[in-house]
Design a protein around this ligand. Structure first.
Ligand SMILES: [Zn+2]
Length: 68
């Protein structure tokens, strides 16, 4: 019954069980994307895609920092 607890991955957009990913603020990234981000080189085309997707997250993180 707790299989309903799924979140949308902010990178690939799939619905993934919450235990199969990580939460960053209000965002969620599935384990697969997290692994890909970690293993993708900075010169890889994929990396740019991830950076684009994660830009939202960085924005939120820097906003958090601005608030004392
Ligand atoms: Zn994902």
């Amino acid at each position: 019954m707790d299989s309903e607890l799924k979140k949308e991955c902010m990178v690939c957009g799939r619905l993934v069980e919450q235990s199969q990913g990580i939460h960053l603020l209000q965002h969620f990234i599935c384990n697969e994307c997290e692994q890909e981000i970690v293993t993708t080189g900075t010169e890889d085309e994929h990396y740019r895609f991830f950076v684009k997707r994660l830009h939202l997250l960085w924005q939120d993180l820097s906003m958090e920092r601005v608030i004392p």
